[in-house]
Design a protein around this ligand. Structure first.
Ligand code: PCA
Length: 230
């Protein structure tokens, strides 16, 4: 099976009738970006089943790259997340009515897991084509943070390796109109779409430019003596 990119979005939650991450992944379904076919899934905003849903889709699709997308009204631009924290601390219950306050995602798990996407390369690619985007150091403490923490746990020692990361997207213009245009930044779906395409292309370039094998510390390095020229 050829290796590909898996994009996941979330269903609407809370008071938001639309989730731009769902529209975004559906608009990219079946595309080929950076030489890789794009598969998509949309998850309900449910804490108790999220990890098993991610696990099931990773087994089914066996992607080379998995990127979660989520909606963060109030964000000013695309935000590629650096870290998933082992913390759930909800402001509102999830879509199944479940509340979590100051609880771990994974009891006994590490405090944090770091995204394995090439973050600076993604932001540089956005900057180069004029798409506003940045590295975010907090994915919050709701379902998107859980997605990143769980996806990184599930891909940590996968062979062949799977790159995993998460991006938050801002409100769509129509959502900003309803939420208060004086205080809600927005981005069109088309610009978000180009941002995700650009990010996948940057990841593909980075994968292709990496050395095939990275020497481990302790590996012997043989230096062939150069013949001295006279
Ligand atoms: N955004 C929420 C969860 C689902 C979504 O799209 C978050 O930022 O955690």
């Amino acid at each position: 099976m050829s290796r590909h990119v898996l994009l996941t979005g979330f269903e609407p939650f809370g008071t938001h009738p639309v989730n731009p991450s769902e529209l975004l992944v559906r608009s990219l379904e079946g595309r080929v970006i950076g030489g890789r076919a794009v598969a998509v899934r949309v998850f309900p905003v449910e804490t108790r089943t999220l990890r098993e849903r991610i696990d099931a889709v990773l087994r089914e699709e066996q992607p080379e790259i998995v990127i979660g997308l989520g909606y963060a009204p109030g964000r000013a631009a695309l935000a590629v997340e650096r870290v998933g924290l082992n913390v759930l601390d909800f402001d509102i219950p999830d879509s199944a009515g479940i509340m979590r306050k100051n609880e771990p995602v994974e009891p006994g798990g590490p405090d944090a897991r770091l995204s394995t996407l090439p973050l600076p390369e993604i932001v540089a690619a956005w900057t180069a084509v004029g798409i506003p985007g940045y590295i975010s150091d907090s994915a919050g403490t709701y379902l998107c943070n859980q997605w990143l923490y769980d996806a990184l746990a599930l891909t940590t020692s996968s062979a062949p390796p799977v790159l995993a990361g998460f991006m938050h997207v801002p409100a769509l213009p129509a959502q900003a109109v309803l939420l208060g245009p004086d205080k809600t930044p927005s981005m069109t779906l088309d610009l978000m779409k180009r941002g995700i395409e650009t990010a996948i292309e940057a990841i593909a370039l980075w994968l292709e430019s990496r050395p095939a094998t990275v020497p481990r510390s302790g590996d012997k390095v043989w230096i062939t003596p150069r013949t001295t020229r006279r």
